[in-house]
Design a protein around this ligand. Structure first.
Ligand SMILES: Cc1ncc(COP(=O)(O)OP(=O)(O)O)c(N)n1
Ligand SMILES: Cc1nc(C(=O)O)sc1CCOP(=O)(O)O
Ligand SMILES: [Mg+2]
Length: 208
């Protein structure tokens, strides 16, 4: 399995966003500390997801940066990504592992210790844990679990815990203190006036 970076940039493909410009800025600063997760809107076609993933894989390759694909594991395989991320509405973790193969990176969403342990037993190589804080990026999420919720999961598993949901550089220290290995962000980079500088601030907070 490729070593996992601590700063996960999730693409923001909402109207008016420019995920590849944000990615280029982040790559130049973060290099191999970055993981990029291609996440498209639910109504995007597989072709659109594939085309974006191919472009992301090509941008990541010179930096040796890991590219993952959210939900659509066939797109991950077809586009040459290193793996994928699944949650409660996606393929079960064990099935996802069978699709991707033994050496792929496979992330799973877990919000509490029991789910987390089950996901690891089924083959998850890291966990996305949240929402840590309120976020405007995704609707319909449960109440934020805060650093205490991250700690509960981190104490229950032996794979990297990646905290997600409303993560900012200022919130990173408390998440690390709770046992997070890294963080995943959408808005903290996509909404930044200077994504390169925002990347540097997040990396600094992560101690990278
Ligand atoms: C790192 C990370 N953590 C959690 C998620 C959320 O995945 P999921 O619950 O499947 O929700 P969608 O992203 O598919 O809407 C994630 N993508 N990445
Ligand atoms: C896609 C997603 N999943 C979450 C979860 O908790 O499962 S939070 C989230 C959105 C994260 O965006 P931002 O960094 O802008 O808050
Ligand atoms: Mg999903």
């Amino acid at each position: 399995m490729p070593s996992l970076g601590r700063l996960h940039l999730i693409t923001d493909t909402r109207p008016g966003r420019d995920p590849l410009t944000v990615l280029r800025a982040a790559l130049a600063v973060a290099r191999a500390e970055l993981v990029v997760q291609v996440r498209v809107e639910d109504d995007a076609t597989d072709r659109e997801a594939y085309d974006l993933t191919r472009r992301v894989v090509a941008l990541c390759a010179p930096y040796d940066v890991t590219c993952l694909v959210n939900d659509r594991l066939h797109v991950a395989l077809a586009a040459g990504a290193a793996g994928g991320h699944v949650g409660a509405d996606d393929l079960p973790v064990g099935a996802a592992r069978r699709v991707l193969g033994a050496t792929a990176v496979l992330g799973a969403t877990a919000r509490e210790p029991g789910t987390a342990a089950g996901a690891v037993a089924a083959g998850a190589s890291y966990l996305g844990v949240g929402p840590c804080h309120t976020t405007g990026t995704k609707a319909g999420l449960p109440a934020p679990i805060g650093p205490a919720g991250v700690r509960a999961v981190a104490d229950a598993v032996d794979v990297p815990v990646v905290a997600i949901g409303g993560v900012t550089a200022a919130r990173v220290p408390a998440l690390l203190a709770a046992g997070a290995y890294g963080v995943a962000v959408v808005g903290a980079l996509s909404g930044a006036a200077d994504p390169g500088r925002a990347t540097a601030e997040l990396l600094g907070a992560l101690g990278c």
